[in-house]
Ligand binder design. Structure first.
Ligand code: MN
Length: 205
């Protein structure tokens, strides 16, 4: 478990992402789901384990419906301080695009420590949007497949009728949607509101 792959992929002179302090432990293990408008929108699902964030890119995002198994592509470990990262990675950089903290909280599991290594972990989430029991399971493939499935277990938090990514699109950090976040970051001359008022009032002198 080390952050060298994470660091190799990034140019820290240009990305606002954290370099990552050395590993540290917290009392409760955190999880975070980041909504990432990269070339393709996806959700990055991260579980704290062994002092880093174990990470999966989930193209469709998590589903509360136990019969919707969501592809989760295993990616490099991220530093713990990535969990609060919200910002825009410059275009052309690795993962260029805006990242929002879509959900966060803590997770627990009663399963052995090596469950993830062996390809299947069931755990409980206590987040603002995601709660109850979930399973991550590695798909059978040639060798050590990077493709996993993220599946909601059947419990009182399962919900077959709500699309949680559509119903709850906002950041739990800033309260903003992706569109609002991007708009707030633009220089004021480019903001859509200002644009509209400039059109009405004519160019400023
Ligand atoms: Mn991502």
């Amino acid at each position: 478990m080390c952050l060298s792959t994470y660091r190799k992929k990034r140019n820290f002179k240009s990305t606002p992402e954290p370099f990552g302090k050395s590993k540290r432990r917290t009392k409760q293990h955190i999880f975070v789901v980041q909504k990432h408008a990269a070339q393709r929108l996806h959700y990055d699902f991260r579980l704290e384990l062994d002092g880093v964030l174990k990470s999966w890119a989930v193209p469709k995002g998590p589903s509360l419906n136990p019969s919707e198994k969501r592809l989760a592509v295993h990616v490099e470990d991220h530093p713990l301080d990535y969990a609060s990262f919200e910002g825009t990675i410059p275009a052309g950089e690795y993962g260029g695009g805006t990242v929002l903290v879509w959900d966060r909280g803590t997770w627990t599991s009663t399963e052995p420590d090596d469950s993830l290594d062996r390809g299947k972990l069931t755990f409980r989430l206590k987040g603002e949007k995601l709660r109850g029991a979930w399973t991550l399971v590695r798909m059978k493939g040639q060798g050590n497949s990077k493709n996993w499935l993220l599946i909601k277990s059947r419990d009182e938090f399962a919900d077959g009728s709500t699309d949680v990514t559509l119903e709850s699109p906002r950041s739990v950090e800033s309260g903003l949607t992706l569109e609002e976040f991007c708009d707030a970051r633009k220089p004021s001359s480019e903001k859509s509101k200002n644009k509209a008022s400039k059109v009405r009032s004519g160019p400023r002198r």
